[in-house]
Design a protein around this ligand. Structure first.
Ligand code: GLN
Length: 552
């Protein structure tokens, strides 16, 4: 028997519904239940891989590549999914399947392709029942395949959005089809604080609950997102206007360590309440392990300063998994992370601007696409190599580090990636062979989990402590082996390859300091108590570097 929990959002998006959903899942894990999550994204993109990270946030990569095959003759590979899966995997410690991210694009495409196949012959194909049936089928399919005790489905966006309507209607029907105690609806709503009157305001939330009710959906729990814990009168109003007992309304205030949120919910007794309304036995939650993890973050004494030069520095969500991986590695090294985003475009205009990097203990160069801001990023890699500042390049960041090395050490003036400069005299980074014939953009990169072979006597091998790992990839270009061979004679080491030995998966400087580039994305596998070995090695080196700087 699966208990289905649905999470909707009220008032506005971007208030941390993903973390809230993950934290609610955690409450069930504390009680020994098996938890899986689904994210519904009402946009028409089939997957978020084609979305701009500034607009949409990070694209998360799963280990699994899922074959989306709505009808016999049509299939797509999906591994690029919504960033909320990062929160689910980090909080719940489980690898999710791309099948758990349901987009309007997938749902409509399935229904239309089935209509062409003749599946609905003689009938008018409609939102109700065809689209809503497809949505319900997808949710039940995850329940059937993964067999969790609890399946939480988060609906992206905000109640009232036109494109989310079919999903909310499907949930209404779903609740009717299941037993009352087998579905729960949680509404996460934003409660603003009005400076002029120094008060939290519940009115927008009242309206969003009413919109939900108008669609035939009565929430069972209201979670109020606000700067501070909800005031007593706000809690009372929300309970009164939502037809809910007071214990069904809880606070979700800003907190310093996000991993503390499940414990904060536990304090408000919502775990027991959820069990009660779904007829699950009341069990004592096992909180010690999670408490110890949270304390790691709270008790960290040292501070590590990391610079992240890049292009998508406008919103922090563009690189949320990288931030979290750095935070995990820092906390597990007894340090708090102080991260500074550095826009690389100004570095290109002013040669002195690079000096800003002096005050940092480490530099992380981010993944990315296109050419804007890349010259500045290459300069930061060059700076790190020259100054011996611990450096970690991720994917694009690794390719740019290679370009910097080719230019400054091998003297290949104008060396570049053909992605940035198609006419470069030295195409040291170029398309992967299988990418040459690919024209369409969606889901066509080299994606998902692949084996990585780690070379002996490398920092990378030392960091992992083994010779073979699986890491997650998302790229079209790679370091050209021909140039890597030349670079190897000049002090660069190829520290990892794929199974064939043909694709270079990591490079590092053969020197005393930590200058490492990885073609993969280790951040997606980092967990709050199990930091990625690469990130951990980087942070430990950064702390060492900080001490050596201070003692000079
Ligand atoms: N644009 C580069 C490529 O496609 C790097 C991609 C990335 O950083 N994820 O290979």
């Amino acid at each position: 028997m699966v208990k289905y929990i649905f999470v909707t959002g009220g008032v506005m998006s971007g208030v941390g519904k993903g973390v809230t959903t993950a934290s609610i899942g955690k409450l069930f894990q504390f009680r020994g239940y098996n938890v899986e999550a689904i994210k519904i994204d009402p946009y028409l993109n089939v997957d978020p891989g084609t979305l701009n990270p500034i607009e949409h946030g990070e694209v998360y990569i799963t280990e699994e590549v899922w074959e989306f095959k709505p009808v016999e003759e049509f299939s797509l590979k999906i591994s690029e999914i919504d960033q909320d899966f990062g929160s689910y995997e980090r909080f719940l410690g489980e690898n999710m399947s791309p099948e758990q991210n349901i987009t309007s694009g997938q749902v409509y495409l399935s229904v239309i392709l089935k209509e062409r196949e003749g599946k609905f012959l003689g009938r008018t194909t409609q939102i109700i029942p065809h689209i809503t049936d497809e949505i319900k089928r997808r949710i039940r399919q995850v329940a059937m395949k993964k067999k969790p005790d609890i399946l939480i489905t988060e609906v992206g966006g905000t109640v009232g959005d036109i494109e989310a309507m079919p999903f909310l209607e499907a949930i209404r029907q779903f609740r009717l089809e299941e037993k009352k105690e087998d579905t729960i609806l949680i509404h996460v709503t934003y409660v603003p604080f009005l400076d002029t009157v120094q008060q939290q305001k519940s009115k927008p939330s009242q309206h969003s609950v009413r919109t939900l009710q108008g669609m035939g959906l009565q929430p069972d729990i209201i979670v109020g997102r606000a700067k501070k814990p909800l005031a007593k009168d706000v809690l009372q109003k929300l309970s009164l206007y939502s037809n809910l007992p007071p214990e069904a309304v809880i606070s979700n205030p800003d907190i310093e360590v996000v991993y503390e949120l499940p414990l904060l919910f536990e304090k408000q007794k919502i775990g027991d309440y959820l069990c009660r309304i779904s007829n699950l036995p009341i069990k004592e939650p096992e909180l010690d392990e999670w408490r110890n993890i949270v304390n790691l973050y709270k008790d960290a004494k040292e501070v590590v300063h990391i610079a992240v030069p890049g292009k998508y520095t406008q919103i922090v969500d563009s690189y949320i998994s990288i931030q979290e991986a750095l935070r995990h590695a820092s906390a597990c090294s007894g340090a708090k992370l102080k991260l500074q985003w550095i826009d690389t475009e100004p570095l290109e205009r002013d040669p002195k601007a690079i000096e800003i990097l002096k005050k940092f203990d480490g530099i992380l160069l981010t993944p990315g696409f296109g050419s804007r801001g890349t010259e500045g990023m290459i300069q930061t890699a060059e700076y790190a190599t020259k100054e011996g500042v611990p450096y970690l390049g991720i994917c694009f960041g690794c390719q740019l580090f290679f370009i910097a090395f080719c230019r400054s050490v091998l003297g290949l003036t104008g060396a570049n990636s053909t992605e940035i400069d198609p006419n470069t005299p030295y195409p040291v980074v170029d398309l992967l062979p299988e990418q040459r014939a690919i024209k369409s953009k969606g889901g066509t990169m080299r994606l998902g989990g692949h084996k990585v072979l780690l070379m002996e006597n490398s920092r990378l091998r030392e960091a992992y402590g083994k010779s073979e790992v699986v890491e997650r990839f998302r790229h079209r270009y790679h370091i050209m082996p021909k140039y890597a061979e030349i670079a190897e004679d000049a002090g660069l080491k190829v520290s990892a390859t794929d199974e064939t030995g043909k694709i270079i998966n990591a490079i590092e400087l053969n020197k005393n300091f930590f200058i490492v580039g990885v073609q993969f994305h280790p951040e997606f596998k980092s967990r709050p108590n199990l930091p990625s070995p690469v990130y951990l090695a980087f942070i430990k080196e950064a702390l060492k570097y900080q001490k050596s700087k201070n003692s000079c």
